[in-house]
Design a protein around this ligand. Structure first.
Ligand code: HEC
Ligand code: HEC
Ligand code: HEC
Ligand code: HEC
Length: 447
C-alpha cells in the first residue's frame, strides 16, 4: 500500500472542534427526483450477510500469493485488513456519540440507530429498516460489508459459481470490474447520493451540520482511495483476462473517478436544492469552506488568495478548477446559477445542474493532463483543496515513473507541505506561496 496517498485521507477532515450544531436539519426527507432514479430489475434483491460468502470453498479460504487464487480468500483478506470492516464500530465510539448528540440537539444518543449515519456506515439498503429485527440489526452491524459494494446477494448467491457476466444474468451483482461502475459505487458513500427508491437506497448526505458536529469532511479522490484499499482481488479485465488492465489502472482511475465524483456531487447538489422542505438549502457544505472559516490573524493564507474575499460564497465545485479543463463550461454554468440563486429568489440552478450531469454522463473521461493546463491566475488562487486535487492528479500520473528518485522526492516534499499538522484537523499551516512552484514543477515532471 502506498503510504503517500494516506495524507489525502488523513487530510479529509478539517477543524474537529465539537460545538453544538446550529440551524435545522431535515428529517427523513426522501427526494424522488426522477432524473436520478436508475432502473434495475434486481433492485429488490435482499441482503443475506457476509456469512453467505465465507465458506472455505467459496471466498473464506486461506490467503494465497497466487493472483489467480485471490478469489478463494477474498473474504479472509477483506475481514483481516480492510478499514470498511470498522465502519459500524466507529458509530459506537465517543466521536460518533458527540456527533449525533450535537447534530440532533441532544435528541439522539446512539448513532447505530440513526438512519442518516447507517446510510453509509453499513449496507445502505438496510438503513431505513423500520423497527429493525434482531436479524436486520445483525446485518447492519457488519458495517460496510461485501454486499454494500457487490450488491445484495439473495438472487445471485446460489446461481453464482463463476463470474457473472453483464446484463440480466448478473442477478443484482454489481459490475465492479468496470472501473466506471466501481467509481460510482464508491462515490455513493464517499461523496454522497440522493435517495433512490428503485434500488431501495436512502439519502446519503454529510451536511455542514454533521461536519460542524465533528464528522470528517468527505474529500474523495477515487485513484488515491483505491490505492489505499487493500485489494482482495486479482486486478484484470475479466472478459479478456488481460492483466495489462492493472498497469495503467491508476491513471485511468483518476480520470474515471473525476467523472464519477462530479456526477455524484452534482446529483447530491440537485437533491439538496430540490428538497421539498427547503431545509437542506442553502447547504454550507456546498461552498468553499475558506469563504467563512479562516484564522483570526492578518497573515492567514485564506485571506491572501485573490478569489477568496471573506464572505463571498464560492461553490465548492468538484475536481480541479481550470478554465481550460474538460467540461468546465458546464461547471461554470452551475456556479453562476448557484450564485444567482443566492440573491434572487426565483432563480433555480436545477436546469444547469441537470445539463451538467447529462454532459458528464455522455462525455468520455479525459486524461489527468487535460485538467492541468492552469493559467497563472489559477495557480495564484491555489487554496488547499485545489492544491490537494492537483497533487492527487500528479501522483496518479507518476505511477509509471516511481523508479525516478526525483519524482519520488517531489511527491514526498509536496506530501509534507499538504498534510495536516498533528492534532489540527485542518490545513491551518498550509502556505500557497511555498507550495505553488513545487507543485508546478512536479506536474511538469510527470506530464
Ligand atoms: C455520505 C456518507 C456518510 C454519512 C451520511 C455519514 N458518514 Fe461517517 N464517514 C463516511 C466516510 C466515507 C468516512 C471516512 C472518511 C474518510 O476517511 O475519507 C466517515 C468517517 C466517519 C468517522 C471517522 C472514523 C474514523 O475512522 O476516524 C466517524 C466517527 C463517523 N464517520 C461517524 C458518522 C456519524 C455519527 C454519522 C451520522 C451523523 C455519519 N458518520 C454519517 C461516510 C458517511
Ligand atoms: C468497498 C467495496 C468492497 C467491499 C466492501 C467488498 N468488496 Fe469484493 N471487490 C471489490 C472490488 C472493487 C473488486 C474488484 C472487482 C473486479 O475486478 O471485478 C472486488 C472483487 C472481489 C472478488 C473477486 C476476486 C478475484 O480475484 O476474482 C471477490 C470474490 C470479492 N470481491 C469478494 C468479497 C467479499 C467476500 C467481501 C466481504 C467479505 C467483499 N468482497 C467486500 C470491492 C469490495
Ligand atoms: C456503503 C458505503 C461505502 C462504500 C460503497 C464504499 N465505502 Fe469506503 N468507507 C466507507 C466508510 C463509512 C468508511 C470509514 C470507515 C472507518 O473510518 O472506520 C470508509 C473508508 C474507506 C477507506 C479508508 C480511509 C481511511 O481513513 O483510511 C478507503 C481507502 C475507502 N473507504 C475506499 C473505498 C473504495 C475504493 C470504495 C469503492 C470500491 C469504497 N470505499 C466504497 C463507506 C463506503
Ligand atoms: C456560509 C459560511 C460557511 C461555509 C461556506 C462553511 N461554514 Fe463551517 N461554519 C459556519 C458557521 C456559521 C459555523 C458555526 C455554526 C454552526 O455550527 O453551524 C460553522 C461551524 C463549523 C465547524 C465547527 C467548528 C468550529 O470551528 O466552530 C466546522 C468543523 C466547520 N464549520 C467546517 C466547515 C467545512 C469543512 C466547510 C466546507 C465544506 C465549511 N465549514 C463551510 C459557516 C460556514
Amino acid at each position: 500500500m502506498n503510504l503517500l496517498v494516506r495524507f489525502i485521507v488523513v487530510a479529509a477532515a478539517v477543524a474537529f472542534i465539537v460545538i453544538a450544531g446550529s440551524g435545522t436539519h431535515a428529517d427523513p426527507a426522501k427526494p424522488t427526483d426522477k432524473s436520478v432514479v436508475q432502473s434495475d430489475p434486481h433492485g429488490d434483491a435482499k441482503a443475506v450477510g457476509s456469512a453467505g460468502c465465507s465458506g472455505s470453498n467459496c471466498h473464506g479460504g486461506a490467503p494465497s500469493d497466487k493472483p489467480a487464487d485471490m478469489w478463494k480468500s477474498s473474504y479472509t483478506a477483506f475481514m483481516g485488513h480492510d478499514k470498511h470492516t470498522q465502519a459500524w464500530d466507529v458509530l459506537n465510539n465517543d466521536r460518533s456519540k458527540e456527533i449525533v448528540k450535537s447534530w440532533s440537539h441532544g435528541t439522539q444518543k446512539d448513532a447505530t440507530h440513526v438512519w442518516q449515519c447507517l446510510a453509509c456506515h453499513s449496507n445502505p439498503t438496510l438503513a431505513m429498516a423500520d423497527n429493525a429485527t434482531p436479524a436486520v440489526r445483525q446485518l447492519q452491524s457488519e458495517g460496510v460489508s461485501c454486499e454494500s459494494c457487490h450488491g445484495n446477494a439473495s438472487k445471485y448467491l446460489h446461481a453464482h459459481t463463476g463470474w457473472l457476466q453483464s446484463g440480466e444474468s448478473r442477478l443484482g451483482m454489481t459490475g465492479l470490474n468496470s472501473i466506471d461502475t466501481r467509481a460510482h459505487t464508491c462515490a455513493g458513500c464517499h461523496v454522497g447520493a440522493p435517495a433512490d427508491p428503485v434500488l431501495g437506497l436512502p439519502l446519503r448526505d454529510v451536511t455542514h451540520d454533521m461536519i460542524a458536529a465533528g464528522h470528517p469532511r468527505l474529500n474523495f479522490e477515487f485513484a488515491s482511495y483505491s490505492r489505499l484499499m487493500p485489494p482482495h482481488w486479482w486486478e484484470r479485465d475479466r472478459r479478456t483476462n488481460d492483466a495489462d488492465h492493472a498497469k495503467n489502472v491508476q491513471e485511468r482511475s483518476w480520470s474515471i473517478g473525476q467523472h464519477a465524483s462530479a456526477i455524484a456531487h452534482l446529483r447530491l447538489l440537485d437533491s439538496r436544492l430540490n428538497s421539498a422542505s427547503a431545509e437542506r438549502w442553502p447547504e454550507f457544505a456546498e461552498f468553499n469552506c475558506y469563504a467563512c472559516h479562516h484564522d483570526l490573524q492578518p497573515a492567514s493564507w485564506r485571506r491572501e488568495l485573490p478569489k477568496l474575499t471573506p464572505g463571498s460564497l464560492i461553490w465548492n465545485r468538484p475536481g480541479i478548477r481550470s478554465a481550460a479543463g474538460p467540461l468546465s463550461a458546464e461547471l461554470d454554468a452551475v456556479e453562476n446559477a448557484l450564485a444567482k440563486s443566492l440573491t434572487t429568489k426565483d432563480s433555480s440552478p436545477h436546469k444547469a445542474v441537470v445539463k451538467a450531469v447529462r454532459q458528464f454522463a455522455a462525455g468520455q473521461s479525459s486524461p489527468a493532463a487535460a485538467f492541468l493546463n492552469l493559467t497563472d491566475a489559477e495557480w495564484q488562487n491555489l487554496d488547499w483543496d485545489q492544491a490537494a486535487r492537483v497533487y492527487a492528479a500528479g501522483v496518479a500520473m507518476a505511477q509509471s515513473k516511481l523508479n525516478n528518485p526525483e519524482v519520488v522526492a517531489a511527491i514526498e516534499s509536496l506530501h509534507c507541505k499538504l498534510k495536516f499538522t498533528n492534532g489540527i484537523d485542518s490545513p491551518a499551516k498550509y502556505t500557497p506561496a511555498k507550495t505553488r512552484d513545487k507543485l508546478r514543477e512536479f506536474i511538469k515532471m510527470v506530464r
